[in-house]
Every structure is written in structure tokens, then in C-alpha cells.
Design a protein around this ligand. Structure first.
Ligand code: ZN
Length: 131
């Protein structure tokens, strides 16, 4: 069972460390692993813009490095209104299975939009084609 309040708090906390001097759009993301751990990441921008990393992918990279491979949910905190992950992050998250996507306003953490990842990425690149 996902502790949604703890997951959102982790995303809110890590968002404070966002390195986003160009867009000034700070994002925090936190993953709930199948064993009940929380792994968080923030966006890291770069002066060479394409090298910037989204918070969701930063969280995934950290989680994989810690040995996690399956996630039940991801919480994303950003913006005045809840924002959904970009297309690239949707595909990266889906690599590790379908999950709940909890999008939370950074201005008012009671404003929440919930989705299933597969619903956000219909007709996704099918990983089964590679196996
Ligand atoms: Zn992204």
C-alpha cells in the first residue's frame, strides 16, 4: 500500500534541491518501490539545454542504482497546477511497469491529479518487441 502523503512529501522535499536556473521550473519526483521504499529526484538543468535531466528520470536513475526495479507509484510536485511527466519520462517510467502517477501542485499540495501511467502513454513503444 502506497503511503501517498509520505510520497508527496518526499517529492516536495527533493524539489527544494532542484537545479533549474534557466527555466526556474523546479520539479520533484518520488518513486514508491514494491518493497515500500521511497526514492526521490529533482530536475537538473544544464547550460547545454538538451543535457538537462527531468526529476522523474533522476529518481529512476537513483532507484536503479540502489537496486530497485519495480515501482508502484510516482509522485511529481511542480507548477501552480499539477503537471504530468513529459513524454520521454513516461516511456522511461513504463520500462519498469505500469504505476500510479500522482501529480501535485507545488503551490497547493491538496491539488492532485491521478493517472495510470499506461493511460498517459497510449500506444507506447512495446518493450516485448525487444525480448
Ligand atoms: Zn521528463
Amino acid at each position: 500500500m502506497v503511503d501517498e502523503a509520505a510520497l508527496i512529501q518526499a517529492a516536495l522535499d527533493v524539489r527544494r534541491n532542484s537545479y533549474s536556473p534557466y527555466s526556474r521550473f523546479a520539479v520533484g519526483a518520488a518513486l514508491w518501490t514494491v518493497d515500500g521504499s521511497i526514492v526521490a529526484g529533482c530536475n537538473v538543468e544544464n547550460g547545454s539545454f538538451p543535457l538537462s535531466v527531468c526529476a522523474e528520470r533522476a529518481a529512476v536513475a537513483t532507484a536503479i542504482g540502489l537496486g530497485h526495479r519495480q515501482f508502484m507509484a510516482v509522485a511529481i510536485v511542480a507548477g501552480d497546477d499539477p503537471v504530468t511527466p513529459c513524454g520521454g519520462c513516461r516511456q522511461v517510467l513504463l520500462e519498469f511497469g505500469d504505476m500510479d502517477v500522482i501529480c501535485v501542485s507545488a503551490r497547493d499540495c491538496h491539488r492532485v491529479s491521478r493517472y495510470r501511467l499506461r493511460d498517459l502513454l497510449p500506444h507506447a513503444f512495446d518493450l516485448e518487441e525487444l525480448r
